[in-house]
Design a protein. Sequence first.
Length: 96
Amino acid sequence: MKYILSILTAITLVSCGGESKKTDLETIDKQSAREVTLKSVVVGDSILHITSQKIWANGQLITQKTDTLKTAKDVKAWGDNATTSLVKVPIYVTVE
């Protein structure tokens, strides 16, 4: 038991000792990159969710596209009378 505790302690110290490498946005090579902008705009009783993308290669803009999704500002869950406002809903981003 004494040896198992010593081994677990050593493994924990080794795994926690390494620092993860962080990359600041300012240091990323912007010559070849994909730029994505997300924003939400309230228009009356609707919200426009706007996604803009630009693809850069060798310092030149290759292509760009803007997509817009329109949702209601206040929504009701199925079978629920309470409304939920989508004005301050957080944005989650998944990168693949």
